[in-house]
Write a protein that binds this ligand. Structure first.
Ligand code: NAD
Length: 258
């Protein structure tokens, strides 16, 4: 184990959480910080990201905000450089930022919507993963946790672009698990069911429009809280999950079991 890694172990791990300004990412950032990890709070929304960093600071934790659109390489580079320069490397990457689509059927999706949703939900996690991998490879360890979706597990009325992007996140996660297991790097994904966050409020509002997609929501069960999703992210990033690699884990109160 090299000196830098030992220092990080003593000071808490260096953790990047994307979409950490709101919802599941915010809950995960707060929980990592509460257990002593140092967190890069990455989000498009500067005000929300700063508020999370302030909250962590008030509780005695360590965090830094990096704001910008994670589908841009320059922002990805800034996030990675901040983790390396401020916290000595990247021990944990949580690719969590995501956007909904208009819940359109395949035939109604515009080029612009398709490209934007794929770019934010799938290409951005790829870009950030590619950027942090050299640091994890040098350290000989790392944990990546991706936020997929219940829409990763079936054809979904959540919309064609969203569903395709979240299936892609599963492919990215499994490829990482297979390709880097010998390097001490694990990659897993959670598949949240309906969770009480801003994105779900918007989905719910849209879902009450077209009657065709209503059956999709019949078996939803209770909405989960962002903290319940965050707890599973923390588990998958922890030593307790040291033999879990390539898992695609529903966190949905049994919705996907119906
Ligand atoms: P949220 O809207 O509360 O949080 C998403 C955060 O991501 C926001 O702070 C937003 O600013 C940020 N973000 C969006 N696009 C970005 C970009 N291009 N660059 C940087 N940051 C960006 O929603 P949430 O429910 O916490 O969503 C987190 C993840 O959970 C998403 O990937 C979402 O698809 C997934 N998910 C959510 C639900 C649910 O019901 N809430 C269900 C399944 C999956």
């Amino acid at each position: 184990m090299d000196g830098a890694l030992m220092t990080r172990d003593l000071d808490g791990r260096s953790v990047i959480v994307t979409g950490a300004g709101s919802g599941i990412g915010r809950a995960a950032a707060l929980a990592f910080a509460a257990q002593g990890d140092r967190v890069v709070v990455a989000d498009l929304d500067a005000e929300r990201a700063d508020a999370v960093v302030e909250l962590i600071g008030q509780a005695g934790g360590t965090a830094v905000a990096v704001t910008g659109d994670l589908s841009e390489q320059a922002v990805v580079d800034r996030v990675t450089a901040t983790a390396v320069e401020r916290f000595g490397g990247v021990d944990v990457l949580v690719n969590n930022a995501g956007i909904m689509d208009s819940m359109s059927a395949v035939g109604d999706v515009s080029d612009a919507e398709w490209e934007r949703v794929i770019r934010v939900n799938l290409t951005a996690p790829f870009l950030l993963t590619r950027a942090v991998l050299p640091h994890m490879l040098t350290a000989g360890s790392g944990a990546i946790v991706n936020t997929a979706s219940e829409a990763s597990l079936r054809g979904s009325a959540a919309g064609a672009a969203y569903t395709a992007s979240k299936h892609g996140v599963v492919g990215l996660t499994k490829s990482l698990a297979v390709m880097y297991r010998k390097n001490g790097i694990r990659a897993n994904a959670i598949c949240p069911g309906g969770t009480a966050t801003a994105i779900a409020v918007e989905a719910d509002r849209t879902a009450h429009g077209p009657a065709a997609i209503a059956p999709h929501f019949v078996n939803l069960g209770r909405l989960s809280q962002p903290e319940e999703q965050a707890a599973v992210i923390l588990f998958l990033a922890s030593e307790a999950a040291s033999n879990i690699n390539g898992a695609i884990l529903p966190v949905d109160d049994g919705w996907s079991a119906v």
